[in-house]
Design a protein around this ligand. Sequence first.
Ligand code: BLA
Length: 497
Amino acid sequence: MVQPESDLEGCAREPIHIPGAIQPHGALFVLRPSDMTVIQASANASDLLGSSLTLGKGLTDLEPAVERIRGWYESGEPALQVAIPDRGLILIAHRSNGLIIVEVEEAEEATASGIFSGLRSFIERLAAQADTPGSLNETVRFVQELTGFDRVLAYRFDDAWNGQVVAEAGNGRLPSYLDLRFPASDIPAQARALYATNRVRLIPDASYEPVPLEPALNPETNQPLDLSAAQLRSVSPVHLEYMRNMGTAASMSISIMIDGNLWGLISCHSARPHKVSSTLRDLCDFVVQSLAMRIAAQERAAEASQRVDLSQVTGRLLASMSSRSDWVEGLAEARDDLLRQVGATGAAIMTDARCICLGSTPAEPQLQAIVHWLEQRGDAEEVFATASLSAQLPSATDFADTASGILAVRLSKLYPSWLIWVRPEVHRTVTWGGDPHKHVAENGRIHPRKSFDAWQEQVRLQALPWTAAEIAAARDLRAAIVGIVLRRAEELAELTS
Ligand code: BLA
């Protein structure tokens, strides 16, 4: 798979939470809570607020709004929205290091009734979906309808933070990205961390001029203002270049959070600049978090049902081992169930001086080499699983056709005794959104790739990954074997005493 080149690590060091500027589709000012004085503001603040805002003074003519902000600050509530209908504005306030950051945007006319009926039928359709792909398809369709973006994608991260487009809704104005993969470095680590807490970001026009904050350092803290939770935060220039290279003038992305982890994004694009009101952004967040709850429930149900199926297999294996005086023979006799236990194509029971191979496995000396390597690792874990053994044990390349993936359980702490399941290499072609290695370093700065055209890569030396339910089943079978071995030892001790 794609390894981020070392200069890409610089991307993850860019302090994107303190850009010292905002995007121009709104304004921002900072209040000192003790006296509600404006101590810092974006250079365009007076465009929206006129003479109501003067640096070093309180806000004039906006007393009711200031009172609400003061009350909210003392209440400890997380965030506040205050509408100022006579000026067609909306204020959005949040706390940052003991200060109050207020963002100002133009309010769009409310269309609450139409939105509500659309939302109700979306929730009904979502609840009727049997699986995650169905839920993702409904969501991208509804977000596209709500926001009018040209293309709305559901983007799912893998274990290495690469991602794949798994659902798409669009109007044909932008090319399809369905099924394409994108490398982890397209969304660096600090951006992913930020997106886990601030779930929605909008870039209405990737060619915008950033609006600086004045003064540049916050006078209260003498530090750059932390804009992590702000909606108008000016974004990384590398990413703006990325968007332009992609042919997208506007983007909005919404984090899909599952069990506290960033599972994926709903990513929206338009070929031309495109704005979405703060009400609609909140609604999209609600829609996407409803999706997240649905996916969490669907994934839990799928895993639970796989676990039930596999525990029945464990039960049959236990019965077979118990019916023989030698548990190894009992296990070997139930060959099909032993393979089915974790969905393997081969298995080897390596105990004492014995090596019993079932199904398709590497030759015995190669299995011995695997056991030797497992013992050398000195890992205290009882279960070891990998889909690509050769990435850790280079000699495994020689027998990738039988054992690219292994799932191994340690049966004894005292002797090198292991049960090892194997899976063969699966040749796959994956299609990336542009050659992921094609970053350009110019003038000491990294630039995103220029082309996002489909680019194919052959994946070698990889087996299908072991699922959480299969790994749990391996653990259960190990516990059953250890139980039988102990019971036999006790019976033997009783007989001889
Ligand atoms: C941010 N990169 C992002 C974001 C997305 C992507 C969604 C969040 C901002 C947004 O919503 O537009 C990437 N967008 C994608 C991908 C798809 C998509 C993968 O639609 C797939 C369909 N980017 C690079 C390189 C660097 C980089 C080489 O390609 C680093 C040098 C950085 N991307 C980068 C940074 C951010 C980012 C720093 C954060 C922008 C910010 O929030 O300030």
